[in-house]
Design a protein around this ligand. Sequence first.
Ligand code: TRP
Length: 462
Amino acid sequence: MSQSRGQWSSHLGFVLAASGSAVGLGNLWKFPYIAYENHGGAFVLVYIAAIALVGLPIMVAEIVLGRRSQCSPVGAFRSLHGDRPGSKLWAATGLLGVLAGFVILSYYCVIAGWTLKYILMAVSGQLGTMVSDGTFNDFFGPFLANGPEQTLWYTLFMGMTIGVVFFGVKGGIERVTKILVPILFAILIAMAIYATTTEGFGRAMTFLFRPNFSELDTGAVLEALGHSFFTLSLGMGAMLTYGSYMRSRDSIPKAAVTISLIDTFIAILACIIMFSIIFTENMEVQKSSTILFTTLPQIFFKMPGGSLITGFFYLLVAMAALTSTISLLEVVTSFAIDELKLKRRQAVMLTGGSIYVFGLLNAWSLGANDTLTNVNLIGRESTAGVLGTLDYLASNWFLPVGGFLIAVFTGWVLTNKSSREEMEKGHGPLPWYTGWRALIRFVAPLVVGAIIVSVILGAEYQ
Ligand code: TRP
């Protein structure tokens, strides 16, 4: 299998593709709004601790499993487990990952599609007109409920994703992420420099970096932990699959640390940019979950060169989302290649095509179709509609359960010798290997187990 298996052409190629997977709507849309809701400071610290103590060790584990097995998730668990009893159960863990990729991609592309609409509206001047005559206030709701529009942007975004994955690991994914990820950095850094010149910058920094632990509750801690999974693309085999394309002469620990740092840095930069301008304008945030789509455009337009800035900004979000959707589709596709023995191009058409059809249910569940909009199996406000339900299932169940099983498998099933060998390959002796092993055997399963128990008891984090 390994002969025809794709491979990144360099360490940088892997790091950029994996960072592209990690950096996405989770960083630019979700993190700023949950940081805002949880009062910044202390929440940001807990989030950083969650990344370092749970996210990073699990990321290392996923890459180790992928490179060691040279397989996509299902095959990885199967082959690393060998013939011991329980092997089917572990293969099912891989299958859960594939299912999670399927589900997340089907709704992630709907949200990502909105950014395309915003780019078009910004550069055509339409957004500017709506902001100045006030009609923008009534834009978002009806836009979501507009079936044909939702279908159009969703179709486009899914099409772009399928297009990239079609051309494979080196020719598609690596080529696209090598261009998009550096541009994304450049635009973000330029915007952050601009933010330092605004009046609200000082307040934004205080908000983000002066912790006040009396404002922190258990819910916030769980939310930080849960989000650390989503933002690093963990718990469903995305990093495992990307890791399986990694060259044996490259260092896994180095890559994992770099990817985690980049992801955290970008989430915080996004907050600095958004909060600086929100505080400068003294904007009232009505609904924090839509800051990105309702509050920000209004502020951007007050800046010199508003349409251009807005256009660039949504282009940035679109690029970040695309490098993430690619990784989601790649997991399902590589499963089809390995397990159904399809050629890549057939596999992409089959997986991308079925996810696309399924995802239409999400696109029409925001008001376009009554039945799809009103189903609510879980019964909470945020789980209304197909999209709300699937997001709840994926973020609260699939990813934590997948992450828990990955940690247990790596810590308790994979032998000490195999994991050490894989981690030192391309790196050399690792003095803190024992530290990592303790985190993956004890800390990660305990902490992630606690998230799962709290979800069972009814807590919700998104
Ligand atoms: N990490 C991405 C973000 O922050 C989303 C994502 C891509 C993801 N691939 C994933 C989340 C795999 C969980 C699992 O937007």
